[in-house]
Each structure stands twice: as C-alpha cells, then as structure tokens.
Design a protein around this ligand. Structure first.
Ligand code: BES
Ligand code: MN
Ligand code: ZN
Length: 503
C-alpha cells in the first residue's frame, strides 16, 4: 500500500473516495460539514434520513454527491465527539479501509486524520493511520491454492493534514508507520506459518535473510555450540524433537561502536505440544504461535534497521520444538543451565523459561544497557489480563515505565505485575536449585521469578505476550504484537539516548 500526505480542501480532491467522520448523533465533523455545504446539503439530508447516526462501527458509502470531483464519499461513525479516543480513532480508520477494500476505489483520501483525538498530534494520527490500515488489510493466504483476491484492490491511501506545515511531520510519520507495519507483517507471517514449515531452522534462515538485507551481523548457534557453552536447559527441551535447535543472534549497529546495546530476547518455540506433560488436544494447533516472541524480535530489529535508529541492538532468539519423545525431558529430570544453576523439570510444559534462561545468560556477553525478553510464557497471563494487555515484570522500574509509555503511545499496552521476593519461594525444589514451576498461584509471576534468576547482572524486563500475540476463534491469527511497543521503545531511546533510564 502506498501512503501519502496532502493538505487541501475536500471539495477539490479528485479521489476514488473521500472518507469523513460523523459523530453521534448525526453530527457532521468539520470536513463532512464542508462537503455538505458544497453539495447543497446532500450529506446532511442523507444523515437526517436516518441511514447513519454516527455510532462507532457504522459506515455508509455514497455515490454521485453533487459538485464533488470525487467518485464516492464514505461516512464513518465515530461515536460521541467527546469520547473520540485513541481506540475510537483506530477503529474508525480500520473500519474505513475494510469498508473500501472491495469497492472499485483504488485510491482514497481520508480526512479522519483531521479529527481531534485528545492529546494526540498530527504525527501520531498519521502514523497510526498507516499502521492500522496495513493491519486491517493484512491477509495470510499464501497457503491457500485458490486466491479470492479478484477485485481491483485499494492501492493508495492519501492522508489529509490540516496545514501545509503538517506535511513534513506527516511524511516522517508515514515513514515510521510503514517501518513498524512491515515489522508487524513479518511477525504475523512467521506466527501464522504452521509448525511443519516454520521450524527453528526456518526461523534461522529468515533471520539470515533479514541480516543480508540490512547488513546485520547474524550468527546461528547450533546444537554443538550450545553443548560447548553448557546450555543444558535449552538443549533438554530440544531433545524431544527431531528438529535441531537454533540460537539466533542478530546484531544491529546503528550507534557508536562499543555503546551498550539494547538486547531483545524472544521465545522461539515453533511448536509446543507440552512434551511428556502433554497438552490437551483442543486448540493445540495454536501452539504454533509459541514462537511469536521470537518473531516480534525479528520484526522489531527489522523496523529499527529500516529506520536507521542511532542505537545498538542485539536480538537473541532461542528456538526449539517441545514434543513428547523417548528422549524428551521427563518430569523430575534435573538439568544444568549455562549459568551453572540446576533446574528440576517438574512440568515439561514449562519449557519457555528453560530455553530463555540460557539465552539470558548468553545475553550477558553483550554487556547490555537493558534486556527485554518477550515470550508467550504462561496461560495464567491470558486468565489475568486477557487479550488487551501484555504482562510486564521487571527488575528495574525506570525501564518498566519506559516500556509502559511506549505501550500507551502505540496502543500496544502492558500491565505491570509485581516481582516481589515472596513469590520466589514457590520455585523451591527438594533436589535442585529451583523447580521450573511454582504451582497454580500467580503463574505469570512465578514464570518471571524463574527468569529473574538469570537476569541478575543487567536491567531487565519481561513481557508475557501469551494473551496478546495472537487471536483465537473466528479471527484466529497472529497480531504482530508487541512489535509496535518494542519499536517505539527503541525510537524513544534513540531520541533521548535513554538518559533517564540509566538512573
Ligand atoms: N506456551 C505455553 C503458554 C501458553 C499457554 C500460552 C496457552 C498461550 C496459551 C507455555 O509453554 C506453557 O505451557 N506454560 C504452562 C506453564 C505451567 C506448566 C507452569 C502453562 O501456562 O500452563
Ligand atoms: Mn509449554
Ligand atoms: Zn510454550
């Protein structure tokens, strides 16, 4: 999709469709009012007839509006004007492009960007419009043999800005929005790809491709390398699989040589059957999404490289399958992690922390400014927060705050949970330094507690994306979250050099 910004009045636009907002009840937005005037009251008359009263989610496509050079006008319900929030703006934008994607319009001009969203400037509105539109038009149909894409498709979205001086920021916003949207698309594609195609080897190949494209240093550690490093926890998970494990490392150097990098560590379980502690059959297919943390790292690094952010970033993706097998981990097995700490594997389905703990230890060698790990770690997080917020746990509050701010700005939100010491004892083991599970209570927190034992030597945050990385049900599919949050975090850090986070 092509996006451009333009300033100019709607009655002069020669476009396939002009998109304007209508508030509840039947209150025309400023631009809708403007075209109503030139058309001799045509818009107002249609709205008064009762076809659209402005409720969120409503759209009405109009043809042949008098005195307008544009072929169509799309009215979009925006809800109450006073309640036009971030999410209403995003929903209205998504609704508009989905309503128009199958019409004959190949180019549309949206004036939704001129609506007031509390606390948001034109930059935010344009960038969100790009991200939301790309996301709404996303399809994953490359594995369907019959394409149902026979219409003339929407090719170009013109985003209206009120003033000429908004054009510069608008173009900048399109740039950022496109890079983020591409990162999100990559994460979604990899997530949606099934486990038989998206294996650890495939993930590693994709990383190498991205590396070539952007001139990144890419290293893939093989099983033998892991053995040499003593990554007994990671290796124990992969023993149950015929697919060789990979530890994928991408290094982006946009900052000064030697400047401490941000390290992103993403769980890359390309299929999680649970191992010997096998999962129930229902919805087990969704465990192909258990590599979404890793995919979000690839998406974020790609976007950062595309934007040429002036910081250093390292992406680390431990990748494996978790399957039952004669050689798989058994409940009660004790493994030695790279850190030297021993772990009693009481439940083989708590495998994410086993592959992540060795990746976190490996991260130490980069002397990171911060480490953020991203993982579909616990079903408990889905119970606690549902699909709207990712869980956040951290050993450094300024870092947690920065991540929270990035989440708010991008509407890719988090909710912080406590990492209090009291929870640590749930991991006590009779036979090893720790157990890999902490019982039914506070499952997301004890998962993070486990990881925290491998994050003692740096400032660290953990994002549990079990509820946010993919949608279940009729719209099943990867969301690409938290790529927007991660990229925003990196952008913010590049802007202020993370100064206030170093305290
Ligand atoms: N990948 C799962 C977590 C998960 C489950 C994410 C359902 C989304 C939906 C993870 O590896 C896992 O199985 N976790 C266990 C941990 C438990 C054994 C302590 C869980 O959540 O049940
Ligand atoms: Mn599991
Ligand atoms: Zn898992």
């Amino acid at each position: 999709m092509e996006f451009i910004v333009k300033s100019g009045t709607p009655e002069k636009q020669r476009s396939g469709c002009i998109v304007v907002g209508v508030f509840e009840s039947r209150k025309l937005s400023a631009v809708a009012h403007q075209i109503d005037e030139v058309s001799g009251g045509a818009i107002g008359a249609i709205v008064r007839r009762g076809d659209l009263d402005g409720k969120p989610g409503q759209t009405l496509l109009l043809h042949n509006i008098p005195n307008l050079p544009s072929e169509r006008v799309l009215l979009v319900g925006c809800g109450k004007e006073k309640e036009f929030t971030d999410s209403r703006y995003r929903d209205a934008t998504a609704k508009a492009v989905t309503a128009l994607k199958d019409t004959g319009a190949t180019e549309i001009t949206s004036y939704l960007t001129e609506l007031d969203v509390k606390g948001r400037d034109i930059f935010w509105k344009v960038r969100q419009a790009v991200e939301v539109s790309e996301s709404a038009l996303y399809r994953f149909d490359k594995l369907k043999t019959k394409s149902n894409n026979n219409r003339r498709a929407l090719r170009r979205v013109v985003l209206a800005v009120p003033k000429r001086s908004d054009l510069g920021p608008g173009e900048q916003a399109i740039n950022e929005g496109r890079a983020i949207a591409e990162g999100v698309r990559l994460a979604r594609d990899l997530g949606n790809l099934p486990g038989n195609l998206c294996t650890p080897t495939y993930l590693a190949e994709q990383a190498v491709e991205i590396g070539k494209l952007y001139g990144l240093k890419t290293t893939v550690l093989e099983k033998a390398d892991m053995q040499q490093l003593g990554m007994g926890a990671l290796l124990s998970v992969s023993r149950g699989s015929r697919q060789p494990p990979k530890l994928i490392v991408l290094e982006y150097q946009g900052g000064k040589a030697g400047e401490a990098p941000v390290v992103l560590v993403g769980k890359g379980l390309t299929f999680d059957a649970g191992g010997i502690s096998i999962k129930p059959a229902a919805n087990m297919d969704e465990m192909k999404f258990d590599m979404c943390g890793g995919a979000s790292v690839l998406g974020a690094v790609k976007a950062a490289a595309e934007l040429k952010l002036p910081i250093n970033i390292v992406g680390i993706i431990p990748s494996s399958e978790n399957l039952p097998d004669g050689d798989a981990n058994k409940p009660g097995d004790i493994v030695t992690s790279m850190s030297g700490q021993t772990v009693e594997v009481l439940n083989t389905d708590a495998e994410g922390r086993l592959i992540l703990c060795d990746a976190l230890t490996y991260a130490e060698r980069y002397k990171p400014a911060f480490v953020i790990d991203i993982a579909t770690l616990t079903g408990a997080c889905v119970i606690a927060l549902g699909a709207h917020a990712s869980g956040l746990l951290a050993n450094h509050d300024p870092l947690a705050r920065e991540i929270g701010n990035a989440g708010k700005y991008t509407y890719d939100r988090i909710w912080q949970m406590p990492l209090w010491d009291e929870y640590q004892k749930q991991l006590d083991s009779n036979f090893a330094d720790m157990a890999n599970v902490g019982g039914r209570e506070a499952g997301t927190i004890t998962g993070a507690c486990f990881l925290s034992r491998y994050a003692k030597n740096f400032k660290w945050a953990h994002l549990d994306i079990a509820g946010t990385a993919w949608k279940t049900g009729k719209e099943k599919g990867a969301t690409g979250r938290p790529v927007p949050l991660l990229v925003q975090f990196l952008i913010n850090r590049a802007r202020k050099d993370g100064a206030d986070m170093d305290t």
